[in-house]
Design a protein around this ligand. Structure first.
Ligand code: PAF
Length: 280
């Protein structure tokens, strides 16, 4: 596996590649790799001649300094994990390489996708995500880029950005990977205590129950039921629970049979913030 830190190294490598007709699969990450990331990388390896995984903790998508500082950083083990699955290239740029002297996000219009859920609770987050993903796409020039459905709002926003900017890349969403107890895999799980990881099963159980309730109860009743489950749980504090239209992410108050819906949830376990989602 090649490990590149600069855009020039990456470009030189692609220029020297013998075949002119090759596809580049790209998996952008912020490191602290888990099996969810690996499933994206394996999918990319299966479908492309070259797979690039980037590891870059992007400062402009964090709204809280403390969250950025506490984000898990495990570069050495990440690189050996990537090596272990035969990823072709790890791209691990510095902040200066990506942002030069101005560590600022650009402003994006995502047709309202950005004002819902994560956008409400993490101000500026999606401008940061849009900025870094666009920069990385320009550097890596992928044919296909892979993103987890756990961050479904992010996935829809990246699709929108690609569509609006007519970027020549296919964005591929891949299913959420879960721990045995149902807790969605996330780099942030490394910050949870064993007890919290165990209790984290409640997030999946609640989403699963909502899927059973969706055709039987009103959305109002489901919302109150979810809130009540967290009111009696001492380990997790509910930040939001929303049932929304998958396409435009607008919260639903009733269900129409010709639309697809998804439940979205964000909770806090002490200082760790977790999100999850489930198609209903
Ligand atoms: O999902 C993530 O890990 C990040 O938001 C991403 C897409 C790598 C951009 O920094």
């Amino acid at each position: 596996m090649k490990v590149f830190k600069t855009k020039t190294e990456l470009k030189t490598y692609f220029n020297g590649y013998s075949s002119k007709n090759f596809t580049i699969g790209f998996v952008p990450t912020m490191g602290a790799l888990h099996n969810g990331h690996l499933s994206l990388i394996k999918e990319s390896i299966k479908n492309n001649q070259i797979t690039v995984a980037s590891i870059f903790v992007n400062p402009t998508q964090f709204d809280k300094k403390e969250d950025l500082e506490n984000y898990p950083r495990t570069l050495e083990s990440d690189l050996s994990i990537l090596q272990g699955v035969s990823c072709d290239i790890a791209f691990i740029p510095s902040i200066e390489e990506i942002y030069a002297n101005t560590v600022d996000a650009n402003h994006f219009e995502f047709d309202g996708l950005e004002i819902q859920m994560e956008g409400k609770f993490r101000k500026g987050h999606f401008n940061g995500v849009g900025t870094i993903v666009k920069k990385l796409f320009e550097i890596v020039t992928p044919t296909n880029a892979y993103f987890g459905e756990k961050d479904f709002q992010q996935l829809q926003i990246i699709r929108k950005m690609v569509q609006k900017n007519q970027l020549p890349v296919s964005v591929i969403g891949c299913p959420t990977f879960r721990e045995e107890n149902g807790l969605a895999m996330s780099s942030r799980n490394q910050l949870l205590s064993e007890k919290e990881k165990e209790e984290g099963a409640i997030i999946y159980e609640i989403l699963h129950e909502v899927k059973q309730l969706i055709n039987k109860e009103s959305i109002e009743k489901i919302n109150s039921w979810v809130a009540a489950q967290f009111d009696k749980n001492p380990h997790f504090e509910l930040e939001y629970f929303v049932i929304a239209d998958e396409e435009n992410l607008i919260p639903a108050s009733t269900i129409s049979s010709n639309k697809n819906y998804r439940a979205f949830i964000a909770v806090h376990a002490d200082k760790v913030r977790l999100i999850d989602t489930m198609a209903l």
